[in-house]
Design a protein around this ligand. Structure first.
Ligand code: SAM
Length: 406
C-alpha cells in the first residue's frame, strides 16, 4: 500500500496496526509535508503495543472490542490505523472542527480500505457517549483544548482510557493543568522524536466550570461572536483591523450598489463580511470557512448585527459553494490563512486567489489583507494580471485585484 511521490515525500505510514497510505488534503503537486507527525506515530505505537507501559496492558484489546474516539486527527492517519485494530470500524468516531480533516479522512479511506465506515462528527456536535478509548491530538490553543475537554466530559466514563499526544512545543505545564482540571489526574511520558504522550484518568466527580465560549466583543458597532478555536477568537486581529479600516470606497462596475453578492472567504468569526455589510448596505454576504466553529461564529455575528438581512453560510473550502456557476461573484474579501495544520504554507492563499479569479464576475474584485512579507502582490498579479495597493503600513498591505472583462 502507499505510493512514493517524485519528491520522495513519505506517504506510507508504518505503525503496529499495519502500513497505510496517508496523504495530506487537498493533494498538491510537489507536496513536501507528510500527513502525520511524530506525535501521531507515538500514539499509534503506544496503543498498538500495550506492553510499552504496564498500566495500559489490554489497551489494544479494548480497541478491538469496543468504541473509540479520535479527536483532532489531521488527515486521518490516527483513525485509519486504529480502525485496522477494531472489530467494527463503525464504532470509531473522528471528531474535529475541520471540514478539511474530514475530507482528508474520506480520501485516505478510499486509498486504503474503501467503504471503511468511520463516522465523522463536527466539533460543535456531540460525538456520542460511553467511549472506551479516546485518543486526542493536542491542539495549539489552550482555550480550544479547554473547550474540547469540557465538551468531551459527557462522553466519558471512569473506565475510559484517555491518551493524548502532541509535539513537545505544544505540550506545556499549562496543557497538563487543563487535562488535570477538566478531566482528572494526568501524567506525561518521556519525549520521543520531540513528541510527548499525556495520560489522563477520568474523574467523574470533578465539576469544572462551564465553557465560557462563545465569547462576544465589540468592534465597529458590531458584536462579534467567536467559538473556541476560531482565528483571533478573543479580539480583533491587527491585519483584519487594517482591512476593515481600508475597505475600498468604490464598488466594482459589476456590482449593483442596491444588491450585490459579496463573499467573506475564510470568514473566521465573520467580522470582515459583517463590517463590509454595514459599509455597503446593498451587499448580500456569503460566509465560507473550513472550520465548523468559524461558520457558526460568523452566523452569530452577522445575525446579531443584521437580523433582517439575507446572508448565506457554508462550511467548505472553496467558492463553488457560494456560486451557482463561474463568473458570478461581485466581491470576495479575505484575510487568507498562511498555515495549514501548524505548518506555514502559502498554498491555501494561492488556491483562494485562483478560486476567486474563477468565480468572480467580469470586473469583479478580490480584496485581500496580508503581511507584507508574504508577497501576495506578486501572486495576485500572476493570477489576475493586475494588483492595486489600497493601503499599506509597516506590517500589512491591503490589495485589490480585478477580474478583466473577457
Ligand atoms: C487568517 S484567518 C482569517 C479569519 C477572519 N477572516 C478574520 O480576519 O478574522 C483565515 C481563515 O481561513 C480559514 N481557512 C483555512 N483554510 C481554508 C480553506 N481551505 N478554505 C476555507 N477557509 C479556510 C481558517 O479556518 C480561518 O478562519
Amino acid at each position: 500500500m502507499g505510493s512514493r511521490h517524485e519528491t520522495n515525500l513519505e506517504t506510507e505510514l508504518t505503525a503496529p496496526q499495519g502500513n497505510f497510505a496517508v496523504q495530506r488534503y487537498p493533494k498538491r503537486q510537489n507536496e513536501r509535508l507528510r500527513a502525520w507527525d511524530a506525535a501521531d506515530e507515538y500514539l499509534l505505537n503506544y496503543v498498538g503495543q500495550p506492553d510499552i507501559d504496564n498500566d495500559l496492558s489490554g489497551l489494544t484489546m479494548l480497541a478491538q472490542r469496543h468504541s473509540a474516539l479520535v479527536v483532532n486527527d489531521s488527515f486521518g492517519a490516527l483513525a485509519i490505523a486504529l480502525a485496522a485494530d477494531m472489530s467494527d470500524a463503525a464504532s470509531l468516531v473522528s471528531w474535529s472542527d475541520s471540514y478539511l480533516a474530514h475530507r482528508a479522512l474520506t480520501a485516505n479511506i478510499e486509498n486504503n480500505e474503501p467503504g471503511l465506515p468511520i463516522r465523522t462528527v463536527s466539533g460543535l456536535d456531540s460525538p456520542g457517549d460511553s467511549f472506551d478509548l479516546v485518543l486526542i491530538k493536542v491542539p495549539k490553543s489552550n482555550s480550544f483544548l479547554e473547550d474540547q475537554l469540557l465538551r468531551l466530559r459527557p462522553c466519558l466514563s471512569a473506565d475510559t482510557k484517555i491518551v493524548a499526544a502532541g509535539m513537545v512545543k505544544h505540550v506545556h505545564s499549562s496543557t497538563l493543568q487543563i487535562f488535570e482540571r477538566i478531566l482528572g489526574p494526568t501524567r506525561t511520558s518521556l519525549a520521543k522524536k520531540k513528541a510527548r504522550l499525556i495520560h489522563t484518568k477520568f474523574d467523574p466527580t470533578l465539576t469544572p466550570p462551564p465553557t465560557p465560549w462563545p465569547v462576544s466583543w465589540k468592534t465597529n458597532g458590531i458584536d462579534v461572536s467567536s467559538y473556541a478555536g476560531v482565528f483571533s477568537a478573543a479580539k480583533l486581529d491587527i491585519g483584519t483591523r487594517f482591512l476593515i479600516d481600508n475597505l475600498p470606497t468604490d464598488l466594482p462596475s459589476s456590482a449593483d450598489p442596491a444588491e450585490f453578492n459579496l463573499v467573506d472567504l475564510g470568514c473566521g468569526n465573520g467580522v470582515i463580511g459583517t463590517v463590509a455589510a454595514s459599509v455597503y448596505p446593498g451587499a448580500e454576504p456569503t460566509f465560507l470557512d473550513e472550520s465548523y466553529a468559524a461558520v457558526a461564529s460568523a452566523e452569530r455575528t452577522f445575525r446579531s448585527a443584521f437580523p433582517e438581512r439575507t446572508a448565506h453560510f457554508a462550511v467548505c473550502t472553496g467558492l463553488a459553494e457560494a456560486a451557482n456557476h463561474e463568473n458570478q461573484i461581485d466581491v470576495v474579501v479575505t484575510n487568507p490563512p498562511f498555515h495549514q495544520n501548524q505548518a506555514m504554507t502559502d498554498a491555501v492563499a494561492w488556491d483562494m486567489f485562483n478560486d476567486a479569479h474563477r468565480y468572480l464576475a467580469d470586473a469583479g474584485e478580490l480584496w485581500v489583507v496580508g503581511n507584507r512579507h508574504l508577497g501576495y502582490h506578486t501572486k495576485l498579479k500572476r493570477v489576475f494580471g493586475n494588483c492595486e495597493t489600497i493601503a499599506s503600513n509597516r506590517k500589512f498591505v491591503v490589495l485589490k485585484s480585478q477580474k478583466s472583462k473577457r
